[in-house]
Design a protein around this ligand. Structure first.
Ligand SMILES: [Zn+2]
Length: 422
């Protein structure tokens, strides 16, 4: 059934070439996949670590928050004590002032009775009996006079008793008042101790509140970092999908090629011929976008690099961080263009782990470029772009201190110096 020897040889050569081509496709894909898996497990570790760190911070925060809860209960109870003591103090103050009034009354009463007694003495004297006057004049003192004069003694005895009783009652009231004052002093002391304790509780609380604020900051920072790692993981997976699609396309193209040029009438088993007959793909992958070699400058008209690729003090996080791309000074609205032919992997509005509104383009072979902090996104995911296609307008979204163009080149997800590609 075969034609001749020469034709057979030709057939064999073609089959060997196609097997080699197939191996080449799978080999390069396997390489990319292995690199990508490496990167993936690295990023997965980073994600796991960040999650653990975040959980630690959350646990610590909830611990401090429950301590604050307890402090709030203690503060409420000491404040209740203080308020009860204030009530007692008010009550005592009013009792003391009552006692003061009673004492004043007794003093008035005493003075009244005393005056009555004096008046009685004067009246006796004015009665004009000289013997009284004589007695008075011969007495050493008024007391002597009173005590020695029987009639007067009788008359004043009652008054003196009254005066004594008033004096005694007044003394008793004064003693009561002193007791109340002592009690009030004790309560004042207790109150100031409790007030001091309350101040301490309040300052403990504000220290713990400051701790919570710090932990909340830390939590936000870790969440941002975790989001960035998740975004990186999504990107790696998107690159994988793009590579997989590229591989399938290359295979399909090869098959197509084989059916148009390589099918030389082999009437054997069809599945066999299909497998070995994939020839003629070594010339390239028609239909998929391939990089054109050197990249073009991504921000036409603006060439001033304000921050280079490499480690630097981050202007917002204030930590020593890798600056994963170059910053080019450009005003809001200036156009970012695709640095090379490719497929848009990501076109996303939002904070995006600090990138703000950004675009990622895959150029094949694990190479991606990234355009960040934009205002308007001019392309969508899955779209094919050619070198120089506007993709994003410059802005200051995400973690940015002002309008600028942040451009990155990544190889299998790892940022490299873009200047080596431009
Ligand atoms: Zn930057």
């Amino acid at each position: 059934m075969y034609k001749d020897k020469e034709s057979k040889m030709h057939m064999k050569k073609k089959i060997v070439a196609s097997i080699l081509a197939m191996l080449l496709i799978s080999f390069s894909f396997t390489n990319i996949l292995a690199a990508s898996n490496d990167e993936k497990s690295k990023v997965q570790n980073q994600i796991n670590n960040k999650k653990e760190e975040l959980q630690d911070v959350k646990d610590e925060k909830s611990g401090v928050l429950s301590e604050i809860d307890k402090l709030n209960t203690s503060i409420a109870s000491t404040e209740k004590e203080i308020s009860d003591l204030n009530d007692k103090i008010t009550e005592l103050t009013s009792s003391i002032s009552d006692k003061t009034k009673e004492i004043e009354q007794k003093e008035e009463e005493f003075e009244e009775k005393d005056k009555l007694l004096q008046d009685r003495l004067v009246a006796l004297y004015e009665a004009g009996d000289t013997t009284y006057l004589d007695m008075l004049l011969t007495s050493g003192s008024i007391t002597d006079f009173i005590s020695s004069y029987y009639l007067v003694e009788q008359l004043t005895k009652c008054d003196k008793e009254v005066l004594n009783s008033i004096e005694n009652t007044k003394k008793e009231i004064e003693d009561d008042k002193k007791e109340l004052e002592t009690k009030k002093q004790e309560i004042d002391n207790t109150k100031s101790q409790i007030a001091e304790k309350n101040e301490k509780l309040k300052s403990d609380k504000s220290a713990k509140q400051a701790k919570v604020d710090g932990l909340t900051e830390e939590e936000k920072k870790l969440e941002g970092e975790l989001a960035a790692y998740n975004a990186k993981m999504n990107e790696i997976e998107a690159i994988e999908r793009a590579e997989e699609a590229r591989r399938k396309k290359a295979e399909e193209d090869a098959k197509k090629n084989q059916t148009t040029t390589g099918n030389t009438g082999n009437k054997g088993n069809s599945s066999d011929t299909g497998n070995v007959g994939n020839t003629g793909i070594s010339g390239g992958t028609s239909g998929t976008v391939t990089s054109s070699g050197k990249m073009t400058w991504p921000i036409p008209g603006y060439r001033n690099i304000t921050s280079n690729f490499g480690y630097r003090m981050h202007p917002i996080y204030h930590t020593w961080k890798l600056h994963s791309g170059i910053d080019v000074g450009a005003p809001t609205g200036a156009k970012f263009v695709a640095a090379d032919n490719g497929t848009v992997l990501i076109a996303s509005y939002g904070y995006n782990g600090g990138y703000g509104n950004y675009v990622v383009i895959s150029h094949g072979n694990g190479i991606t470029t990234r355009y960040a902090h934009g205002t308007s996104i001019l392309v969508s995911a899955g779209q094919k772009v050619t070198k120089g296609t506007p993709v994003l307008t410059v802005g200051s979204t995400g973690a940015s201190t002002g309008p600028h163009a942040h451009f990155e080149v990544r190889v299998n997800g790892t940022a490299v110096n873009p200047l080596n590609y431009l």
